[in-house]
Design a protein around this ligand. Structure first.
Ligand code: 5GP
Length: 202
């Protein structure tokens, strides 16, 4: 088990409806040492790709993106959730359905903070059905920039997002992939490296 999987086992809580609560270290209280380790690991996996900007979505992606940016020494831009219908022409916009709240939000990034020469690393806390990621990818595309990588803390491998994004050809790296979880027993099953190889082949 890697450092994040261990932490999830120790402090994560499985809730009904396929929700994993990680409030104790990622979504409410922040474990800064763990965040540092995550940032360093994303740096190890994506360095050398010319990344000059990190993009995430408020709120829970911000801390991970900042921890990662300290290793890359690049700025972080976070997409803001906006209810407003009167959107400015100087905004890049995508529609994102929230997995946890089941609501639709427009997420926006100012055009002045993303541009055609940007090589972007997208970071987020969870990957479930891939809606948040698809929104961020479309914002990068609209800016004319390119997606150099996608780093996710926790992927729920039993939901479709990971497969969809990988099939689209994006370099997606998740630090922990949960292949199954049981709200009654609290059991969490992680994908091993061996499973990952089989997943690529299969
Ligand atoms: P997706 O758009 O991939 O369906 O869902 C990703 C977003 O939903 C993430 O940004 C995260 O905030 C939230 N999310 C999805 N699944 C979970 C979960 O099991 N636990 C928590 N805490 N957030 C989740």
């Amino acid at each position: 088990m890697n450092f994040l999987e261990e932490k999830i086992c120790k402090e994560g809580v499985v809730r009904a409806g396929n929700v994993l609560k990680v409030d104790a270290f990622l979504n409410h209280r922040l474990d800064m040492e763990l965040l540092d380790q995550m940032g360093e690991e994303f740096f190890r996996r994506f360095q050398g790709k010319g990344i000059n900007k990190i993009l995430t979505i408020e709120a829970s992606g911000i801390a991970i993106a900042c921890a990662t940016a300290r290793f890359f020494r690049v700025p972080v831009v976070f997409a803001k959730k906006s209810k407003s219908i009167n959107l400015d022409a100087d905004l890049l916009v995508a529609e994102v359905e929230s997995f946890t709240h089941k609501t639709k939000n427009q997420v926006v990034v100012s055009k002045k903070f993303l541009s055609a020469d940007d090589k972007v690393l997208i970071i987020d806390d969870f990957l479930a059905n891939g809606c948040a990621l698809q929104g961020l990818i479309s914002i990068v595309k609209a800016s004319g920039g390119s997606v150099a990588g996608i780093g996710i803390a926790i992927e729920k491998g039993f939901q479709v997002g990971g497969k969809t994004i990988r099939n689209l050809g994006y370099p997606l790296e998740s630090l922990a992939i949960v292949d199954g979880m049981d709200a009654e027993t609290g059991e969490i099953v992680f994908r091993t490296q061996e499973d990952e190889k089989n997943e690529v082949v299969g």
